[in-house]
Ligand binder design. Structure first.
Ligand SMILES: *[C@@H]1O[C@H](CO)[C@@H](O)[C@H](O)[C@H]1NC(C)=O
Ligand SMILES: *[C@@H]1O[C@H](CO)[C@@H](O)[C@H](O)[C@H]1NC(C)=O
Ligand SMILES: *[C@@H]1O[C@H](CO)[C@@H](O)[C@H](O)[C@H]1NC(C)=O
Length: 435
């Protein structure tokens, strides 16, 4: 079901370490009862426990190479994909050995909730770009029916269907994961707090708010969610006092979870690419892929909110520095990020990081700045280590904002509905432990 696409409403779920153990043990017993010691039972206890609990070593002397790999499935629309989606995929992957992701087709999304902002191809590029994803099913149904579930189990060898802890209800009020639950093949992960597509669309609509001040009322509910970096305090004047500001709480732990935790090897050719990477999109993924292919280690410099704002204007960036950093870190082509990179790449910086090549895409918001006096790439150019690379996709942050604006009315209606259900979720929310 539209696990994602909507919001972070991937209806993501919860499991703290202890609960994972509990869950697996529970699964062990349950499976034993259901399949009376089938091979699935044997599969259950070799979940990647070593990586989850390095100190436990409980099953460490089992020969895991002989066991079938645990394959988990997660689906979603992944429209306007953000680090909340990436985090859900990370958690899903941790419940198995291989993660298969179903991306809902355009037709199915249109039929169920109106046109997506990003095309199927763009959405697939995004999902494939996430480092925890092993396989993609490019035309997944919005809701898992009996026959598709069979197909997942038999054709794709899926062991578990994963979803979040907030309920995903179909238009008829039924639980989208009912079938998987009944089959005992359902596992839950924790919803990632602090971000939703609703919230992001709200931030984007702010960019056009000034032109349509009569619509202030409509925007009030969206505005109040705009809570980072460059906001002008007076913008929040109309906001209800029950303001739901951004829930994003950047923790060092989250950054560690997203990091590769590895530096470059001794002989590594280090490529450097910098940018705003705002509203991380398919164009970013493709250009990072190209950049990574030019060397052994891709270091990405992410500009500060102030830098982006002074180059692109107020209301930019849409996503703040930490959010943008997490999105870039989740990308499989990226080895390391600089959280808050300088606008100008100095010779000293090139030496410090042993940068072999500085690259820049041909499709970029700041291409016109390259020939100016204060060219940020001047030092790299003088050293002869600057390269302009052809951007595979003609898409920028501005393109996405334009799409949202063009469909302003439709998205606004959709968003209001979702804001309401988001509100319900937050009102009824209780603590869930999880990762
Ligand atoms: C189940 O879903 C699949 C995939 O979307 C679809 O082709 C099929 O017609 C559906 N079956 C039923 C009985 O609705
Ligand atoms: C904040 O917004 C108001 C009204 O839109 C404007 O008059 C004011 O100059 C802005 N202040 C800053 C610091 O941008
Ligand atoms: C610096 O990078 C070059 C490749 O461009 C590599 O040969 C060299 O070993 C690196 N230096 C160190 C100290 O790692």
């Amino acid at each position: 079901m539209g696990a994602f696409g909507d919001d972070n409403n991937p209806c993501a779920g919860s499991f703290l370490a202890s609960r994972i153990v509990g869950g697996f043990m529970g699964g062990f017993v349950l499976t034993a009862a259901l399949f009376s010691l089938s091979s699935r039972l044997l599969g259950v206890d070799v979940i990647p426990i070593p990586s989850l609990f390095p100190s436990m070593g409980l099953f460490s002397n089992r020969k895991s190479s002989e066991k079938k790999k645990i394959r988990v499935y997660m689906d979603g629309c992944f429209d306007l994909m953000h680090y909340g989606h990436a985090n859900a995929l990370r958690q899903a992957r941790a419940l198995g050995d291989e993660l298969v992701v179903g991306v809902v087709s355009d037709e199915e999304i249109i039929a169920n909730k109106g046109p997506p902002v990003m095309s199927l191809n763009e959405r697939i590029v995004m999902v494939r770009g996430v480092k925890w994803v092993d396989e993609v099913i490019p035309d997944a149904p919005y809701a898992i029916n009996e026959s598709f579930m069979k197909k997942l189990f038999t054709e794709y060898g899926i062991d578990y269907i994963i979803h979040g802890d907030d309920p995903c209800l179909l238009p008829d009020g039924s639980d989208a994961y009912e079938l998987a639950k009944k089959a005992g093949r359902y596992k839950q992960i924790k919803r990632t707090e602090g971000v939703s597509s609703t919230d992001i669309v709200g931030r984007m609509l702010l960019c056009v708010r000034d032109r349509q001040s009569s619509e202030n009322q409509h925007h009030a509910s969206l505005q109040r969610q705009f809570s980072h970096g460059n906001n002008n305090k007076s913008e929040n004047r109309n906001s209800p006092s029950s303001t739901r500001i951004s829930h994003f709480l950047p923790t060092s732990r989250r950054i560690v979870q997203f990091s590769n935790g590895k530096g470059p090897g001794p002989q590594a050719r280090i490529i450097y690419m910098d940018g705003a990477f705002d509203l991380f999109h398919a164009g970013h993924v493709e250009i990072l892929h190209r950049a990574r292919e030019l060397g052994d280690f891709l270091l990405v410099g992410i500009h500060t909110d102030q830098t982006v704002s002074s180059n692109r204007g107020p209301h930019h960036p849409i996503m703040n520095l930490h959010e943008r950093s997490l999105s870039v870190l989740a990308c499989r082509y990226v080895d390391e990020v600089i959280i808050g990179a300088p606008w100008t790449i100095t010779k000293d910086m090139i030496t410090t990081f042993n940068i072999s090549l500085v690259v820049h895409g041909t499709v970029a918001e700041n291409s016109d700045l390259l020939n100016e006096e204060d060219d940020p790439y001047k030092a790299a150019k003088e050293l002869g280590i600057f390269k302009l690379i052809e951007s595979p996709m003609d898409i920028t942050t501005t393109t996405i904002i334009k799409r949202i604006v063009a469909n302003h009315e439709a998205y606004k209606k959709r968003n209001e509905k979702k804001t309401e259900s988001e509100k319900k979720y937050y009102e009824g929310k209780t603590y869930v432990s999880g990762d």
